[in-house]
Design a binder for this molecule. Sequence first.
Ligand code: HEM
Length: 188
Amino acid sequence: MAVRRGYSALQMTLRWVIAILIGVAWYSGDGTARALRQRVTTGILGNTLHVRIGGAVFVLVLVRIIVRCIQGAQASEATGPAWQEMVATWAHRLLCVLMVLVPLAGAAAWYGHIAIAADLHPILANGLMVLALGHAAFAIWHHDVVKDVTLRRMSAQIADDKMPPCKARHPGSAVFINPDMVSASQHW
Ligand code: HEM
């Protein structure tokens, strides 16, 4: 059986659905401050589209974290210098933290009427968007300039027998295939 690099179908689906929903949540945030004021002054409890979409992001991010814990994480196949790897690792961690914190701050503002959360939520949300767009730009840069599999492995599982050997593609790179992930990907 072919050894595969790449994420499982479930992980890839979650990644893209969450990315799209974050964009929709960000876009639909406009007017939520007014809705919140109305909610506080009139006491009418209704959820806006923004709250529903943001809530969906939160739930899916939790599912994604659980799936990642079960299926394992892919080893990086990037080939840049160590500092680039470190920046990428911390950017991913920050992205993950923000994907949890942004909806939590929104919920604290919406349901808890906590003023500081209402102030912080849009700032964190904008930070999340900047980071997510930077993340996408780097993935495209890897695909088009560095020409490695970073972007491809996010959209398709890659059979090793259909790829040139890693070391031939990236001289000097020590590509590590997580055995757990290999066996997990064979089940999806
Ligand atoms: C990843 C998910 C989310 C993103 C990207 C996001 C993004 C945003 C943005 C950009 C704004 C500012 C809009 C503007 O005034 O220009 C905003 C406002 C707001 N969002 Fe979210 N949001 C998310 C999740 C949530 C959730 C889950 C809730 C509630 C359960 C929520 C509640 C609010 C509230 C109450 C405001 C108004 C805050 C204020 O008073 O300024 N958001 N959101």
